[in-house]
Ligand binder design. Structure first.
Ligand code: UDX
Length: 429
C-alpha cells in the first residue's frame, strides 16, 4: 500500500521505516528542511537500536523516501498518518496546534478519497475535531475517513515494539477504512482491536497512565520496604508472578520521566477535569513520582552532609536506557539539583551526552564510564543502562575518596556491594 507519515520524530520515523520494511511504499514528511536533508543524505536524527539499518535498507529498496512537501505526500498516498508532536502547555493541557495545522494541510491537498490516521497521543475527541477541520478546509468535496491508531512503542525498543506489537488499536467512525487498516497491519501478525474513535484515544492515555501508576505503586512499596527492612525487588518478583499483575514496570527507582509519561499524565488529569472528574488517583501518581527524587536527594545529603565543594560522578543522563533522549529525564533533574546544592559533577551516558550538553552545560563530560569516579567523593547511578552493571567497581573504589555509591536504579547487588566495603544506598532495599 502507499502511505504517507507526517512528522519524522520517534513515532513517525520508526513507523515509516517499519511499514516500508514489511513492503509498503512510504513517504515521510517533515516541515524541518534540515532534518529532511539529513535523512535524504542517509543520516538519522535520533538514536534508536536497529533504526539506521532499517532506514538505509528501505531507502535503497525504493520503499522509503523523505520530503518537506505535505502536498506531495497526500497526492501520492491512500493512507496518511499524522505523527506530529502534541506538547504540553503550561496548565498541563495538550497543545494541538500541530495536529490542527497538519489537518488543514492535508485538507488543502486532498483530491481523492483518503484515510487520515492519527498516531500522535491526543485527548479524547480530537478525532472529531480533525474530521471537522478537514471537512472545513477541503477545497473540493472529497470523501475521507478519520482513524485513531495510537502508538505504544517505547523509546529504545521502538523497532522491536513496532515489528512485534501486543495489539493494534484502530478507532473508526465508519466501517469503510477498516479493511485497509487491517491490510496495512496484516504483516505484523498482531491482534487488531477495532473500536470507536473516542475509545481508541482513551485507550492510549489510559494505558500510559496505568503504566505510570504501576511505577509509582512500586516506588511507594519501596518506601515501605526501606521502613521495614524488606527488599522491593523481592516483593516485585513475588507480586509479578501473579499473571494478573505481571513483573514488568515494577522496577523501583528515581521515578519515571521521558517525553510521554509525565506529559500524558498531566494531560489525562486535565482531560478528566474538563469532563468534571477529579482524577485524584493520577495526581497521587504524580506526587509519588516527584517525592521519589526528593527522597533520593535526601539519601545523598544525609550521607554526604554538605554537597557544596563535593565532586560527584553521575552515571546516566538519558531518561532510560537504550536511548539518547534526555527530555524530562530524572537523571538530568537530579544533576541540576546536585549542582544547585553546590556539587561539581563528572557525568557519563552511553548515548545521551550530546543531547545533554544543551541542558546541562556546567559539568564535565567523561567518555569512559570507568573514568567517571576519578577524584570524586561519591558515585551516583541515575539511569538503568545495562552496561553500568559491568562498571569496574575495583577501579571505581580506588578512584573515589570514599567508596560511596548511590544507586537510583538498583543495578547492583546490595549484599555484594556491602561485603566489598562500599557504602551503598539504593531504592527500597
Ligand atoms: C512509554 C510507554 O511505555 C509507551 O507504550 C508509550 O508509547 C510512550 O511512553 P517510553 O516513554 O519510551 O514509553 O519509556 P518507558 O520504557 O515506558 O519508560 C518510561 C519511564 O519509566 C522511564 O523514565 C523509565 O526509567 C521509567 N520506568 C519504567 C521505571 O522507573 N520503572 C519501570 O519499571 C519501568
Amino acid at each position: 500500500m502507499k502511505l504517507t507519515i507526517i512528522g519524522t520524530g520517534y513515532v513517525g520515523l520508526v513507523t515509516g521505516a517499519c511499514f516500508a520494511e514489511v513492503g509498503h511504499h512510504v513517504v515521510c514528511v517533515d516541515n524541518d528542511p534540515a532534518k529532511v536533508k539529513l535523512l535524504q543524505d542517509g543520516g538519522i536524527p535520533i538514536y534508536e537500536p536497529g533504526l539506521e539499518e532499517l532506514v538505509t535498507r528501505n531507502v535503497q529498496a525504493g520503499r522509503l523516501r523523505f520530503t518537506v512537501s505535505t502536498t506531495e505526500g497526500v497526492e501520492k498516498s491512500d493512507v496518511i498518518f499524522i505523527a506530529v508532536p502534541t506538547p504540553p502547555q503550561a496548565d498541563g493541557s495538550v497543545d494541538l496546534s500541530f495536529i490542527e495545522k497538519v489537518a488543514r494541510e492535508i485538507a488543502a491537498a486532498m483530491t481523492s478519497y483518503k484515510i487520515v490516521v492519527d498516531k500522535s497521543t491526543v485527548p479524547v475527541k480530537t478525532g472529531d475535531q480533525v474530521a471537522e477541520t478537514i471537512k472545513r478546509y477541503c477545497k473540493t468535496k472529497v470523501e475521507f475517513d478519520v482513524v485513531s491508531n495510537p502508538e505504544f512503542l517505547r523509546e529504545g525498543f521502538a523497532v522491536e515494539d513496532l515489528m512485534k506489537p501486543d495489539r493494534i488499536v484502530v478507532g473508526v467512525r465508519t466501517q469503510r477504512p477498516v479493511a485497509a487498516m487491517k491490510q496495512l497491519y496484516a504483516p505484523f501478525n498482531a491482534p487488531i482491536v477495532v473500536t470507536d474513535i473516542n475509545s481508541a484515544e482513551l485507550i492510549k492515555h489510559a494505558s500510559n497512565s496505568f503504566l505510570a501508576l504501576k511505577i509509582s505503586y512500586i516506588n511507594a512499596i519501596a518506601v515501605l520496604c526501606e521502613a521495614t527492612g524488606a527488599n522491593v525487588q523481592e516483593v516485585a518478583a513475588g507480586m509479578g508472578m501473579d499473571e494478573r499483575i505481571g513483573r514488568r514496570f515494577l522496577n523501583a527507582g528515581l521515578g519515571f520521566g521521558g517525553s510521554c509519561f509525565p506529559k500524558d499524565l498531566s494531560a489525562f488529569v486535565k482531560i478528566a477535569e474538563q469532563t468534571g472528574y477529579d482524577f485524584r488517583l493520577l495526581k497521587e501518581v504524580q506526587r509519588i513520582n516527584a517525592d521519589q527524587m526528593d527522597r533520593f536527594l535526601k539519601k545523598i545529603t544525609e550521607t554526604m552532609w554538605v554537597l557544596k565543594d563535593k565532586k560527584l560522578g553521575v552515571l546516566g543522563l538519558a531518561f532510560k536506557q537504550n536511548t539518547d533522549d534526555v527530555r524530562s529525564s530524572p537523571a538530568i533533574d537530579l544533576c541540576q539539583r546536585l549542582l544547585k546544592e553546590g556539587a561539581t559533577l563528572r557525568v557519563h551516558d552511553p548515548k545521551g551526552m550530546d543531547k545533554a550538553r544543551a541542558v546541562l552545560p556546567n559539568v564535565t563530560y567523561v567518555d569512559d564510564m570507568n573514568a567517571v569516579a576519578e577524584g570524586c567523593d561519591a558515585l551516583v547511578v541515575a539511569t538503568e543502562w545495562d552496561e553500568f552493571k559491568k562498571l569496574d567497581l575495583d577501579r571505581a573504589r580506588q578512584s573515589l575518596t570514599h567508596p560511596i555509591l548511590f544507586d537510583g536504579r538498583n543495578l547492583f547487588d546490595a549484599a555484594e556491594m556491602e561485603a566489598a566495603g562500599w557504602i551503598y544506598k539504593s531504592i527500597g532495599r
